[in-house]
Design a protein around this ligand. Structure first.
Ligand SMILES: NC(=O)c1ccc[n+]([C@@H]2O[C@H](COP(=O)([O-])OP(=O)(O)OC[C@H]3O[C@@H](n4cnc5c(N)ncnc54)[C@H](OP(=O)(O)O)[C@@H]3O)[C@@H](O)[C@H]2O)c1
Length: 340
């Protein structure tokens, strides 16, 4: 039986262990295809914060020991057991989301549901295509939800992230103002250049006053929150009464497995609301037509240059571990791409 090489999870119950110790390069027999599944030869796959959280055992699904890691990528469909749709996918280049809890994308081949494969336009290269599900689809969903809540402006924290940059560009197109927060000076100019309406440095002494003044002047009633922990209550405190935080990440590392805080007083007396967003839920609940329509919108935005993922470099199995450790500490340097 043919073999499949990849980076398998070695679960270590110690939050301080380096990421490179949590993965091992192993070979296993190629998985049989169950009904509804396709086999994809992987061309490229990024490292995202969700991969790091998963490797540490703090993600929304328990870590599957010995399974290949990696949540998204791009590849070519080489075998299918998924009816007519599977046959149609054969030979096509697709963006792939891994089936949570099963073998992931950091391997030569991945088996996933045909419904988790999105055919990719020819004018998007393999590396950009490997990043088009997790972050860009989240950007589209978050902004749609912010507009549904009803706001003229959004506050975006950790705004130099790839999600943050996508939000800035899309919000500009859609006439929603952006108040961006970053913690390093170097990112201020980058985001201004990108079209952010305001960029605030969280280390400035008068940061809370600046944030409060702008959030009220521009009536920003939605916080798009990737940081969580103390950032959620403190940013919401600066925003108008009745504001909503859509929490979609927890970049502020904490030893508390529950993560996150909120101000009880603000929830009661200032009608502050907090809700979550998880793309995996959206993908599970949305109809295939809805997923295809978001994918088309995202790919058009890539082709027009509105969406673009910053890449730090491309790595093989041999030089991937140091790149992974670098990404964990320096996420603003751009995505690390595995080329199996
Ligand atoms: N819920 C979902 O379905 C979903 C989907 C997609 C993404 N996400 C989440 O979205 C977030 C962004 O993902 P990404 O791939 O766009 O990130 P990314 O490109 O890897 O960048 C992360 C950014 O966050 C900043 N950062 C890291 N730790 C921080 C902290 N404690 N406080 C403030 N800023 C911090 C980094 O800036 P520095 O230079 O200052 O370190 C960097 O600019 C992640 O939390 C990810 O899990 C969630």
């Amino acid at each position: 039986m043919a073999e499949n090489r990849g980076l398998a999870l070695r679960f270590i119950d110690d939050v301080d262990a380096p990421f490179s110790q949590r993965l091992a390069l192993v070979s296993k027999p190629l998985a049989q295809l169950n009904k509804g599944e396709v086999r994809v030869k992987v061309l490229a796959s990024p490292v995202n914060p969700s991969d790091l959280v998963y490797l540490r055992g703090q993600y929304g699904v328990p870590p599957a020991d010995a399974a290949f890691a990696g949540f998204e990528g791009c590849g070519v469909v080489v075998a299918a057991n998924a009816g007519l749709y599977g046959k149609w996918l054969l030979g096509k280049r697709v963006a792939i989301a891994a089936t949570p809890g099963a073998d992931g994308v950091w391997a030569e081949y991945v088996t996933t549901l045909a419904s988790y494969c999105l055919p990719v336009r020819k004018d998007i290269d393999d590396v950009q295509a490997s990043t088009l599900i997790v972050n860009p689809c989240t950007v589209v969903c978050l902004l749609a939800r912010a507009k549904e809540i009803g706001t003229q402006a959004v506050v975006i924290n950790a705004a130099a992230s790839q999600v943050g940059k996508g939000l800035i560009r899309l919000a500009k197109m859609q006439g929603v103002k952006t108040i961006c927060t970053v913690r390093s000076q170097a990112n201020v100019a980058v985001l201004r250049e990108l079209g952010a309406d305001a960029v605030l440095l969280t280390t400035d002494d008068d940061y809370p006053e600046q944030l409060k003044a702008l959030a009220h002047e521009w009536r920003a009633r939605v916080l798009l929150d990737a940081v969580a922990d103390m950032d959620t209550p403190s940013v919401l405190r600066a925003m108008p009464a009745g504001s909503t935080a859509i929490v979609y990440g927890r970049l502020q590392e904490t030893r508390d497995p529950l993560g996150g805080r909120f101000s009880v007083a603000d929830v009661i007396f200032r009608r502050i609301k907090i809700e979550g967003f998880w793309l995996a839920d959206f993908m599970k609940k949305a109809s295939p037509l809805k997923v295809l329509s978001v994918s088309r919108q995202v790919q058009k935005l890539f082709a027009e240059g509105v969406f673009h993922t910053d890449i730090r470099g491309e790595y093989g199995f041999d030089d991937f571990m140091p790149a992974l450790e670098h990404y964990a500490e320096h996420k603003s340097d751009g995505k690390v791409i595995l080329r199996p």
